[in-house]
Ligand binder design. Structure first.
Ligand code: NAD
Length: 234
């Protein structure tokens, strides 16, 4: 059976990275129109770079937690059926899945650790600090930005994600509030394909009613327990 896992900010919360929509979350401290839209970047690129430079510093100081590590174990031990047994999609722009050891993570909202040239499309590893006048290493344009998907932009890898959702037998959403589309619609796509659906979240979310089963608790506890059960049954 093919498994698709979608993770959100909640899986990185116990690593010390702030979520967006929880009480005291990042959107309570910053105006998302100023720091996470193409229009905000055009108005004040320095402010947007400062915001992501701070996120990148937090990310580099953080460590993967037990939930990230449990998904590495699942990728390693889940039986493959010729299609690849597990597809891991994250909305997170942090690199904690990779640093825990997960192979082939699909970053649908991009990566804090990568930079993008808005002029020529070149991508490269982001330095610790990015600034508005940094030249693109490929074309020299002073139009470099973090390689993250802002509100109003199209998420990455949607064809590959759609194909995985159409063939999956189990869809699991971990630590996501289900408020950002298209990711919030994946559960419906998986159900339409006949998949069993499970939500693992700190508390019930806006989309809990769309899942066959919901388990609440901290990701660092409930994700390893879920992986143990699945591997014992599978
Ligand atoms: P969100 O902030 O909207 O929701 C986080 C969810 O995680 C909530 O439902 C909350 O109840 C749950 N949660 C909080 N602590 C938890 C814990 N210890 N264990 C399990 N669940 C916990 O985040 P989202 O749904 O991922 O929102 C999507 C957007 O947020 C994306 O655009 C994503 O790129 C961005 N984001 C990424 C990061 C990151 O890369 N670490 C951080 C914040 C936001």
């Amino acid at each position: 059976m093919e498994i698709v896992i979608l993770t959100g900010a909640g899986i990185s919360a116990e690593s010390g990275l702030g979520t967006f929509r929880d009480k005291g979350g990042l959107w309570a401290q910053y105006d998302l129109r100023e720091v996470a839209t193409p229009e905000g970047f055009a108005r004040n690129p320095g402010l947007v770079h400062d915001f992501y430079n701070a996120r990148r510093a937090n990310m580099r100081a953080a460590r993967p937690n037990a939930a990230h590590r449990a998904l590495v174990r699942l990728a390693r031990d889940w039986p493959r059926d010729g299609h690849g047994g597990l597809t891991l999609i994250t909305q997170n722009v942090d690199d904690l899945h990779e640093r825990a050891g997960s192979p082939d993570v699909i970053h649908m909202h991009g990566e804090l650790g990568r930079a993008l040239c808005a002029a020529c499309g070149a991508r490269w590893d982001a330095p610790d600090e990015m600034h508005p006048l940094d030249p693109c290493p490929a074309c020299g344009a002073r139009a470099t930005r973090p390689d993250v998907v802002w509100f109003g932009e199209i998420p990455y890898h949607m064809e590959r994600i759609g194909a995985a959702l159409r063939r999956c037998g189990l869809f699991v959403a971990i630590g996501t509030s289900g408020q950002v589309y298209p990711a919030a619609g994946f559960v419906a796509e998986a159900r339409a394909a006949g998949a069993d659906t499970l939500e693992l979240n700190l508390e019930r979310s806006q989309t809990s009613h769309l899942f066959d089963r919901v388990e609440t608790g901290k990701a660092g506890r409930i994700v390893p327990a879920f992986v143990d059960r699945l591997l014992q049954a599978g």
